[in-house]
Design a protein around this ligand. Structure first.
Ligand SMILES: Nc1nc2c(ncn2[C@@H]2O[C@H](COP(=O)(O)OP(=O)(O)OP(=O)(O)O)[C@@H](O)[C@H]2O)c(=O)[nH]1
Length: 452
């Protein structure tokens, strides 16, 4: 079986995320041929002069949202080495909440940047989303990123090396500032629309020698996007940890209740008794499904749906976390200590500030109960105790208190669980949780430093 990778597609509005993704899914995809033919026919009947990949993706999204199937596998494609599930991340500002939820589940990010005249500039401008998405991805722990420089057919002149170099230079500068090792970040010039360098190499950009082309001795062109995706490092899965499965959604299918989500740590098996937090419910797993197939064992990274007994769909919701009732079950927290970086806040933040926290799949308002330490953003060293105020650019250790029950874990014990704080329709802070004070009063704390 191929290793499983979750990839989040990020980038400015209209950079071509849907087109590029639709193209990959169409050519390498997890969609069966009959369905594709149906869509192609429908497109032709609607008088579309050509088959649009973005349109295909919309249709697939709609099918998924109708909730007939219990998993979210429709947006899936295969490279030679990996089975990739695409996590949707709409580029519109108001949808950034979804993007955070998506990113917090991703193993790798694919940043789509348009090279078309004016579009690259808009994307990296102050109001553009290119930087914000990349910064969020990094802070939420997605340390592998690849960049496709899209719409190369629209540069002036078309397929311009000069324009490509300009875009790569600009993107490298801000990726480096964010913290990415830009020597390890592949860049691929593509057209998601006409297909150059997506699946097959092109002669239209002979100047493109690609990323680590030495791996392909004698190659005349660089790696295609598909080859680059194939060359990512497989994600490290925390299989030996207790189970943590944040719920993405809960469906009622027939008489059953079917929660859906991605396993972050541990293993899920039929017959297991689960504990849900903060719902404080237990239930037995009847069956597990992924990509329409039954599973005996589901592992970290798997996006699964599972059938449970004797729990009504009303009692569970997105943001709940499932764990093994017999092995360090999840529990809600009274408070937690977090290391945060303030990104965008027009004024000063004082204790008592209440943004909404997006952590794994939960969205819960949390109070900045105490500002404990101000830190050096780069080194993490303490600059001052008990700061009165925090503002954009500051890093700090704070105590947070959720205003309603919420299950979170320390980043050190459960690295995939990261968070972002939102207010005023923007991301005001991002961070990792250092320790939690569980509802029963037991304090779980780790003194180690966050791994980079
Ligand atoms: N010529 C050309 N057009 C493209 C290319 N990629 C995307 N487009 C067009 O650019 C527009 C935006 O593409 P989308 O794929 O919808 O962009 P998106 O990033 O998913 O947009 P949002 O979901 O709104 O953030 C559409 O009209 C596409 O047909 C490309 O490589 N070449």
């Amino acid at each position: 079986e191929k290793a499983h990778v979750n990839v989040v597609i990020i980038g400015h509005v209209d950079s071509g995320k849907s087109t590029t993704t639709g193209h990959l899914v169409y050519k390498c995809g997890g969609v069966d041929q009959r369905k594709l033919e149906k869509f192609e026919k429908a497109a032709a009947q609607m008088g579309k002069s050509s088959f649009k990949f973005a349109w295909l993706l919309d249709k697939l999204r709609a099918e998924r949202e109708r909730g007939i199937t219990i998993d979210i596998s429709l947006l899936k494609f295969n490279t030679q080495k990996y089975s990739m599930t695409i996590i949707d991340a709409p580029g519109h500002r108001d949808f950034i909440k979804n993007m955070i939820t998506g990113t917090s589940q991703a193993d790798v990010a694919l940043l789509v940047v348009s090279a078309a005249k004016g579009e690259y500039e808009a994307g990296v401008s102050r109001s553009g989303q290119t930087r914000e998405h990349a910064l969020l991805a990094y802070t939420l722990g997605v340390k592998q990123i690849m960049v496709c420089v899209n719409k190369m057919d629209l540069t002036e002149p078309p397929y311009s090396q000069k324009r490509y170099d300009e875009v790569v230079r600009g993107v490298k500068v801000f990726l480096k500032k964010i913290g990415y090792d830009t020597n390890a970040v592949p860049f691929v010039p593509i057209s998601g629309w006409t297909g150059e360098n997506m699946i097959t190499p092109t002669q239209k950009m002979p100047w493109y020698q690609g990323w680590k082309v030495r791996l392909r001795e004698g190659a005349e062109t660089g790696k295609t996007l598909l080859e680059v995706l194939d060359s990512i490092k497989p994600p490290v899965r925390t299989i030996n940890k207790p189970l943590r499965l944040p719920l993405q959604d809960v469906y009622k299918i027939g008489v059953g209740t079917v929660p859906v989500g991605k396993i972050e740590t541990g293993v899920l098996k039929p017959g297991m008794t689960l504990m849900f937090s903060p719902a404080k419910l237990t239930a037995e797993v009847k069956s597990i499904e992924m990509h329409h197939q039954g599973l005996d064992t589901a592992l970290p990274g798997h996006n699964v749906g599972f059938n449970i007994k004797n729990v009504s769909v009303k009692n569970l919701r997105r943001g709940d976390v499932a764990g093994n009732a017999q092995h360090d079950p999840p529990s809600d927290v009274r408070s937690f200590e977090a290391q945060v970086i303030i990104l965008n806040h027009p004024g000063k933040i004082k204790s008592g500030y209440c943004p909404v926290l997006d952590c794994h799949t939960a969205h819960v308002t949390c109070r900045f109960a105490e500002l404990r330490e101000k830190l050096d953003r780069r080194t993490g060293k303490k600059l001052a105790d008990d700061p009165q105020l925090l503002q954009s650019g500051d890093a700090a250790t704070v105590k947070l208190v959720p205003i309603k029950p919420m299950c979170v874990e320390s980043f050190f014990t459960y690295p995939p669980l990261r968070f972002a704080a939102r207010d005023l329709k923007q991301t005001v802070a991002v961070g990792v949780i250092k320790s939690v004070e569980k509802e029963q009063g037991s304090k779980a704390s780790q003194k180690t430093q966050p791994s980079k």
